[in-house]
Design a protein around this ligand. Structure first.
Ligand SMILES: Cc1cc2nc3c(=O)[nH]c(=O)nc-3n(C[C@H](O)[C@H](O)[C@H](O)COP(=O)(O)OP(=O)(O)OC[C@H]3O[C@@H](n4cnc5c(N)ncnc54)[C@H](O)[C@@H]3O)c2cc1C
Length: 337
């Protein structure tokens, strides 16, 4: 039976996979990758498909889905195979009284996907907690253990894995803290929800609940019945610019090591595309989430071509208004806008 990316991704679009393999263990993942490389077959490694949009042509090669569910906790160290569901790991660490991942509750996807995107939410970045990663180097044909300094984290949502298919993340180890209390909460909206001052701390279970409430309000927790969550989360990346164009001077600005980071959500909203924009545009299958201007969503029946056309339209509106060209935050495979 042919499997399609519409079944493998949270955007629920994309064409067929020629050869699909589930890696049920870490060893099997390495074997499957080696096998495809030796055969010279084009390889795409995926996790939860929550940050990926693939073209309607699909993938004429092998897709390996990381699906090993193995993880263990040893003292403060949490060691998880790439295929472990991210939120399942977060729940397990909190249940063990380990603090660190609570603000990252409810992020979809796999453990292996987190260093690729340097996943972050509500003031916590996964890279801050990383102890080491095991990667399979496809060029050298061997496994290596990497410390975070090799991963190219730094600027917003970047890593060496993001624009390269040379390394496959096999497992990830985090160092957490054996305390029931969170780190200081600097994210204003989260502090408000917890009813604590900015910089205050809270029990980790309370932080998880507050984060899930905030995420559900923004439709950032997957729900198959809610089209606002048929997305990749933030579709466009916050631009980092050496100089802010005068027309965008009112946009919220943040420091980044590569320049000034601007809020893509603000730019989109103020270019005339507020949350919910697009339902009456095109053939009505694609729109921005009704709660979140950064999330492009499939309203049902969309193709990848529909998503790309809509993304290009939003990109043009922002460029025309602010002289800034937004790029994708998600990974686009065999498609572009
Ligand atoms: C509703 C919603 C909310 C979201 N909220 C957030 C958020 O708050 N913060 C945030 O940072 N992100 C968020 N995201 C984006 C997404 O959840 C993360 O980027 C997640 O880590 C992607 O993991 P994945 O396993 O689904 O990766 P996939 O989508 O399967 O893959 C993404 C990319 O990583 C590569 N990849 C995956 N696994 C491996 C591996 N083991 N080795 C090498 N490469 C690999 C793939 O080839 C692809 O290029 C959200 C997405 C959705 C749909």
């Amino acid at each position: 039976m042919t499997i399609t990316f519409a079944e493998l991704t949270t955007m629920r679009v994309g064409g067929p996979v020629r050869r699909f393999e589930l890696a049920q263990t870490a060893d099997q993942a390495v074997e499957l990758v080696r096998e495809a490389d030796v055969a010279g077959d084009a390889l795409l490694v995926i996790g939860g498909g929550s940050n990926l949009v693939v073209g309607d042509v699909g993938w004429d090669g092998t897709v390996v889905k990381m699906a090993s569910p193995a993880f263990d906790i040893e003292g403060d160290l949490v060691h998880a195979d790439a295929g472990v569901d991210w939120d399942l790991l977060v729940r397990a660490t909190l249940a063990e009284g380990l603090a660190g991942l609570e603000a990252l509750s409810g992020v979809p996807g796999s453990v292996g996907g987190t260093p690729v995107q340097n996943v972050g939410a509500f003031g916590t970045l996964t890279s801050e907690l990383l102890e080491f990663i095991t990667v399979y180097d496809r060029e050298a044909g061997k496994l290596e253990r990497w410390t975070p300094d090799r991963c190219g984290f730094g600027s917003h949502r970047q890593s060496v894995f993001k624009h390269s298919d040379r390394w496959v993340v096999i497992d990830v180890t985090y160092r957490l803290k054996r305390t029931g209390q969170s780190k200081p909460i600097e994210y204003a909206e989260l502090a408000r929800t917890l009813d604590i001052p900015i910089g205050g701390t809270a029990p980790i279970a309370d932080v998880r609940q507050a984060v899930l409430t905030l995420r559900r309000n923004k439709r950032m927790v997957l729900d198959p019945d809610d089209h606002d969550t048929w997305s990749v989360g933030s579709f466009f990346i916050n631009p980092v610019l050496p100089e802010v164009p005068p027309r965008a001077s009112e946009c919220p600005q943040y420091f980044d090591i590569k320049g000034t980071k601007l809020s893509a959500a603000w730019l989109i909203h103020n270019a005339g595309c507020p949350p919910g924009y697009g339902l009456d545009w095109g053939n009505g299958t694609v729109a921005l989430s009704s709660r979140h201007a950064l999330a492009v969503t499939n309203r049902g029946g969309a193709t990848t071509a529909d998503i790309m056309k809509f993304a290009a339209h939003v990109q043009e509106k922002v460029e025309a208004r602010f002289d800034i060209r937004l790029g994708p935050e998600c990974d686009l495979v065999n498609c572009s806008f």
